[in-house]
Write a protein that binds this ligand. Structure first.
Ligand SMILES: [Zn+2]
Length: 233
């Protein structure tokens, strides 16, 4: 089936030097369970910076990031339940692993098992599971993709191996789509990688700037190092 082929392809085309070095970070024991959120953010940044530096494959894109759609009228809400709040470990155009076609991704700091919800109504078009949270190599990623009415597709990655939706399911904004985990190219740090594209394989079409209407002002997208509460919408 095309969707399966594409999903396999996505898993095999994960990004960046930082992601490829994730296994090494995990082996070094960096994401210790007792660490604070701030420490975890610093660790992730440190890991990614050490891995990627400022080499030609990871140019600083800060100056060319955006433009972003107006956040108060955004079609999208945060991909976690109302009443919860999470730290953004890595924002857009970071020059780390969110660069190039992946520049408009967000990494949310979430422990394994955190509920993940649809950021907008749509249809589940890809569901890939089967890996556990010790499987953090390229091609070992669990994820879900949801296509929206205008054809845009949101992706929810590094999920734990717990299936809650099927391909073809219709979801409303806020409906469960999975649980956060530490699978695939997670750099060994449990988190949700979230992005929006116009196709199933971001490598082909890139990612799109995205804002969220149910949280604090985010005119230039969510900022790394800040905690964003999901409010009622
Ligand atoms: Zn990411």
């Amino acid at each position: 089936m095309p969707a399966r082929q594409k999903s396999e392809r996505l898993g095999a085309t994960s990004p960046s030097c930082a992601e490829r070095r994730g296994a090494a970070a995990a082996e070094a024991g960096l994401p210790g369970s007792g660490r604070t959120r701030a420490a975890r953010a610093a660790i992730l940044t440190g890991v990614l910076v050490a891995a990627c530096g400022t080499g030609p494959s990871s140019p600083s894109a800060v100056g060319s990031c955006g433009p972003f759609p107006p956040w108060p009228s955004s079609e999208y809400v945060l991909p976690y339940p109302v009443g919860t709040a999470y730290l953004v470990l890595q924002g857009n155009c970071s020059g780390l692993s969110h660069t190039g076609v992946y520049q408009y991704g967000y990494d949310f700091d979430m422990s394994i098992g955190t509920p993940i919800t649809a950021a907008r109504a749509g249809e589940v078009v890809v569901r890939r599971f089967g890996f556990d949270d010790t499987q953090i190599r390229d091609g070992q990623q669990n994820y879900v993709m949801v296509r929206h009415a205008d054809g845009m597709i949101t992706g929810y990655s590094h999920l734990t191996n717990r299936v809650v939706v099927s391909v073809g399911d219709t979801v409303a904004a806020g409906d469960p789509v999975g649980f956060s985990g530490n699978t695939g190219t997670s750099s060994g740090i449990p988190h949700l990688h979230f992005s929006m594209s116009s196709c199933l394989v971001p490598n082909d079409c890139g990612t799109r700037p995205l804002t969220f209407r149910n949280t604090d002002p985010n005119p230039n997208g969510l900022e790394a190092g800040r905690v964003y509460p999901a409010r009622a919408y």
